[in-house]
Design a protein around this ligand. Structure first.
Ligand code: ZN
Length: 444
């Protein structure tokens, strides 16, 4: 039986429903699940809000104003990106006991009521920037601030990079929310990101510094960039790495198929920066950014990739990272990726006769997935720069996971037949595909 309370209970301003129920439950001794049988995990549906309102003697409309969904900018504002939303808004401040509905936003690391760091119940001395960032976001939720939209986009870029550097791999739905979402982690992020997000230049500088450091090089104040570039050019000529031998994607840590969107941008940036040096080394003329855009696609809509290209090609640390990637390419064996892309661009589906030799069921869908898989393996490229549909990424990941070693070899061999490749190349690619798959299986 649902207990009827004698009085209606007022939630605090901006208090989450979960927090309100917990307070009620503590005061009355009635377990939360009696007040609200379906529990408060996840989103409160309209029907649930109606039932809960009836139980508590509160209007449904009033209750709904205590959900994040109701407060976020709707039709007239900018919808939040999925990365801005936490999985749960149940965080209750252990210092004052109030859970804010705003803690459902990733930008909120501190209790909006008492300013304690959420989860810890302590006030952090060096959280000035985290509090400023949070206040700016909360203000912009209440009334869209002029000029904040651009800064928010810069912060989003920095956040995506932060997440990539912290995790790198795509987080699947099955895994719990990554630790990067933890209030302390967001507060730490804000200390650098909030001041940097003030200007375009400072944002780019922070992106560069973070990325170069992540890739194992320390950006030095005194830069002898021309010497490092000369050394790289000598290396490229010596190992016969031309523009055509550089694939669309180069990332020292992640396969293109497993990486998150920020990592894909980085992989594209490393590849483009190295191609620029390869053209410069072979022709003696340094391509301009506009010439690169014309050749490989416009980066105006990909500001992160543009930033990587800038930092990798114009600092000693960046050029050293490129030298390491060139070394990796030389060791793997020189391939003409440009030729491979040109030929494989017309392969939209693998024949059923090829799938017949594998454990993969012969369906039109699998024929298309097989063609996309061959593209990724033989061009060392990414789905987003392929002739295949970027929306098949998730399907392609599970397709890849079901492939046995011998299936991989059959697909690689078919791709090579298509290319008219020589036996030595086939053997080398097959070996490297199996090694990568094995390493991937170990990591996963
Ligand atoms: Zn508090």
């Amino acid at each position: 039986m649902t207990p009827r309370l004698p009085v209606s209970i007022d939630p605090y301003p901006d208090e989450s429903i979960a927090s309100m129920l917990r307070r009620l439950s503590t005061t009355t001794g009635i377990p939360v699940h009696s007040l609200y049988p379906s529990g408060v995990s996840g989103r409160l549906t309209d029907r649930q809000a109606t039932v809960l309102g009836r139980t508590l003697g509160l209007s449904t409309r009033r209750l709904r104003t205590h959900t994040l969904r109701h407060r976020l900018p709707g039709r007239h504002g900018r919808k939040p990106a999925s990365i801005e939303l936490r999985r749960t808004d149940r965080t209750i401040c252990s210092a004052c006991g109030i859970g804010s509905l705003w803690s459902g936003l990733v930008w909120v690391s501190h209790c909006p009521s008492c300013h304690s760091l959420l989860n810890d119940g302590v006030t952090v001395d060096r959280a000035v920037h985290a509090l400023e960032m949070q206040d700016a976001f909360l203000r912009s939720m209440r009334a869209p601030a002029i000029g904040f939209a651009d800064r928010r986009l810069r912060l989003l870029r920095l956040l995506r990079l932060h997440v990539h550097l912290a995790t790198g791999h795509v987080t699947t739905g099955a895994r719990p929310a990554g630790s990067w979402q933890a209030p302390a982690s967001i507060a730490g992020f804000a200390e650098h990101a909030w001041p940097a997000s003030r200007t375009v230049q400072a944002t780019r500088d922070l992106i560069g510094e973070r990325t170069l450091t992540h890739l194992g090089e320390t950006p030095a104040p005194e830069d002898d960039c021309p010497a490092a570039r000369q050394a790289l050019h000598d290396q490229l000529r010596g190992s016969r790495i031309t523009e055509a031998a550089i694939p669309d994607y180069l990332h020292p840590r992640h396969r293109a198929l497993d990486v998150d969107a920020a990592g894909e941008d980085l992989g594209h940036g490393i590849a483009r920066a190295l191609r620029r040096e390869a053209i410069h080394a072979s022709t003696g003329a340094r391509p301009t950014l506009a010439q690169l855009d014309e050749r490989y696609g416009d980066l105006r809509k990909r500001p992160m990739t543009a930033t990587y290209v800038h930092h990798l090609g114009n600092t000693t640390a960046g050029l050293r990272i490129l030298a390491r990637e060139a070394d990796r390419l030389a060791h793997a064996g020189i391939r003409d990726y440009r030729y491979r892309r040109a030929v494989l661009t017309t392969l939209h589906s693998a024949p059923t006769s090829t799938l017949a030799h594998t454990a993969v069921p012969r369906t039109p869908r699998n024929q298309r997935l097989a063609a996309a898989w061959i593209w990724l393996e033989l061009t060392q490229g990414t789905l987003s720069l392929s002739p295949h549909h970027a929306g098949m990424r998730r399907d392609l990941r599970s397709f890849d996971q079901t492939l046995r070693g011998e299936d991989r070899l059959i697909l690689i061999e078919y791709g090579h037949q298509h290319l008219g490749a020589v036996a030595a190349d086939v053997a080398r690619d097959a070996q490297q595909t199996l090694t990568r798959a094995a390493r991937h299986a170990d990591a996963g």
